[in-house]
Design a binder for this molecule. Structure first.
Ligand code: 13P
Ligand code: SF4
Length: 300
């Protein structure tokens, strides 16, 4: 039996669903029951009927699934799959900053630990960050941990945004000069980037969005050639969904090694051995869930 057949069989035996982020390896996306951006994956994780969720992504995503569906078994097939940006802030550091800005509402990008979410008023993803900030009554917003997403939001709101100095090590590699070089090579092609890119890259793009929004834009665009500024795992769906279009990646450094750790063998072992189970302690989970649920209610 090959790995794909094994996964299908084990999924039925264990009553499991496989969720995968748009940056996962092609073969992992191919066996997933649902592939999406962080918002779509959280929405899905909050509603699944299956007993077990196998989360092919990075740790904060599986943690969010465990927060939203604590009665389910949530498995992260590769225990070292983490997000370096999420590690750029701790709950203790956030508490300290909150003391400095007692009037500010705390908006926390989902790329963060459960403990940081528990210290926040509301979560956001890259697809709803502006909407989340605008929904708050406070005029001062402490936005953590992604400075680039924070800057993107600041361009679109009158509110005062206080930034954290976290960033995505993958998207931060792209510089304005990379964008200019690609634009010279393909002057007709629209450039679509993720808001985790630097402000000067975002400023030069034709469209900015989450991975799901990038996929939608590409499908609706009449352009035959499109330049993509996000992690290259997205090319799998872009090419499958738009066989007649040509996609160029903005920079060859757009590869997140943590997103590439999960293999089909890891998925088989996750299902066979119930590993690695992600749980969140009740005192953190309840508060983190409030922050996540506020966001989900807004994005319904
Ligand atoms: P989205 O898929 O929500 O745009 O997230 C991007 C990302 O970097 C996740 O780690
Ligand atoms: Fe974290 Fe960036 Fe990798 Fe997403 S792409 S998991 S934000 S390091």
């Amino acid at each position: 039996m090959d790995l794909v057949e094994k996964i299908e069989k084990l999924k039925k035996e264990k009553d499991a669903i496989i969720l995968a982020h748009n940056y996962q390896l092609d073969e992992v996306q191919a066996i997933a029951d649902y592939t999406g951006d962080s918002l779509g994956l959280s929405q899905k994780a909050a509603q699944v009927e299956e007993e077990t969720i196998v989360f092919c992504g990075v740790d904060f995503m599986a943690e969010s699934a465990a927060i939203l569906s604590p009665e389910k078994t949530v498995l992260l097939p590769e225990k070292n799959a983490n997000c370096p940006m999420a590690e750029m802030i701790t709950a203790a550091q956030l508490r300290e900053k909150k003391e400095e800005y007692p009037q500010a509402a705390v908006v926390c990008y989902v790329n963060s630990s459960a403990a940081v979410k528990a210290e926040s008023d509301i979560c956001c993803t890259s697809s709803n960050a502006v909407e989340v900030v605008e929904s708050l009554k406070e005029e001062q917003i402490l936005f953590v941990p992604d400075q680039n997403l924070g800057h993107y939001v600041a361009q679109q709101t009158e509110k005062e945004i206080i930034f954290w100095d976290g960033y995505c090590i993958t998207h931060h590699r792209v510089l304005a000069e990379h964008l200019n070089e690609v634009k010279e090579l393909h002057p007709q092609a629209p450039v679509i980037v993720h808001p985790e890119c630097r402000p000067e890259v975002v400023a030069g793009a034709d469209y900015v969005g989450s991975t799901a929004q990038i996929l939608n834009f590409a499908q609706q665009s009449e352009a035959e050639t499109i330049i993509i500024g996000t992690e290259m795992g997205i090319l799998y769906r872009l090419k499958n969904e738009n066989p007649a279009k040509t996609f160029y990646i903005l920079n060859q450094g757009l590869i997140c090694k943590n997103m590439k750790l999960t293999s089909l063998t890891d998925v088989v072992q996750a299902l066979e051995n119930n590993q690695y189970q992600i749980t969140v302690a009740a005192e953190i989970r309840v508060k983190a869930k409030q922050a996540l649920n506020k966001m989900l209610e807004l994005s319904r």
